[in-house]
Design a protein around this ligand. Structure first.
Ligand SMILES: [Zn+2]
Length: 308
């Protein structure tokens, strides 16, 4: 790791502008890395996908569904950066020769699904934002957006998937979560948000993902089942990941068990999916804690594609 180039900056929170700077540097430095986009956010920010490998086994990693959780974008970018450096040199990591990985797998990485929510969390909405008055009202009139999780118009992207949506709507109403909120409002209908519909379209287009791994913060937990359903092989994969990083296996309860990407993959698509709650502390986790979190997840990120 001592030859790691200084592409990533570990001093300031990673917003979409910084994400774009990093992906532009990747594009120049790693001609073998494919970079595409799922589409754009509500406020028109591109949602990039970085693609490692050209093999038949497809795997997807997704970060930053939530505004406070941009640390997951840093984790995924650091991983892609390391992967590219080692691959370029033809090296092996964790007993996996990366050139062989390249022939066997195609790993799609979405570092930041919710660029607008991340931007609100780090900078607050800009005064010229056309939704400014609306989101300020959703935020209780406060200009402090440090605990904002939703997208630009107050929909929590990880409740906008079609997995128990009607049931969630009932629970949401009981809890008094209205039309647009900093967290947990699911939207008018599944996939109403361009970030989620773009990702769902991407997953449907590729059809046969073998594993979808979603990173959130925090809690050091692994979620691997939904709605009482566990897909074949998933428990063993979750156990293996747990043994590598020390995170414990958990099951979502209450509002957290509906409408997420992992829920949709397991319940509706039958695609094995796992959620990792990275790190431990109070969100937003500080960047100063990044390296120990990455160190514990590094082997997971390099080896998870081989678990299915
Ligand atoms: Zn989250």
């Amino acid at each position: 790791m001592n030859e790691e180039p200084r592409i990533l900056n570990y001093r300031t929170p990673l917003d979409h502008r910084e994400l774009t700077r990093v992906t532009d540097l990747f594009a120049g430095r790693y001609p073998f890395l494919s970079i595409t986009s799922l589409g754009t956010s509500i406020l028109g920010r591109s949602i990039p996908v970085l693609i490692l490998g050209q093999g038949p086994r497809k795997v997807l990693y997704v970060g930053a569904h939530h505004g406070m959780e941009w640390l997951t974008s840093v984790l995924l970018l650091r991983f892609v950066n390391e992967f590219c450096e080692y691959y370029r040199e033809g090296k092996s990591l964790y007993r996996v020769p990366l050139p062989v990985f390249w022939e066997r797998f195609t790993l799609h990485v979405v570092p930041m699904l919710n660029p607008d929510g991340v931007d609100y969390q780090i900078h607050g909405p800009a005064p010229d934002n056309p939704l400014y008055d609306r989101v300020l009202a959703m935020n209780g009139g406060s200009t402090d957006f440090t605990h904002w999780q939703a997208n630009a118009r107050g929909v929590d992207l990880n409740h906008n998937y079609d997995a128990g949506f009607a049931e969630y709507k009932r629970l949401e109403a009981e809890q008094g979560i209205g039309c647009g909120a900093p967290t947990r409002y699911s939207g008018q209908e599944p996939e109403s948000e361009p970030e989620v519909s773009g990702l769902c379209g991407y997953i449907r287009f590729h059809e046969n993902f073998r594993l979808i791994l979603t990173l959130h913060t925090q809690g050091e937990e692994i979620y691997y089942r939904s709605g009482g359903k566990t897909l074949p092989g998933t428990y063993a994969a979750a156990r293996k990941i747990s043994s590598l990083c020390g995170y414990r296996l958990s099951e979502a309860e209450g509002l957290a068990s509906y409408g997420g990407l992992t829920d949709w993959c397991i319940r509706s698509l039958g695609i094995p999916a796992l959620t990792l709650e990275c790190g431990k502390g109070v969100n937003p986790l500080p960047l100063s804690g990044f390296f120990p979190i990455y160190a514990r997840l590094r082997e997971v990120l390099f080896t998870a594609p081989g678990l299915y």
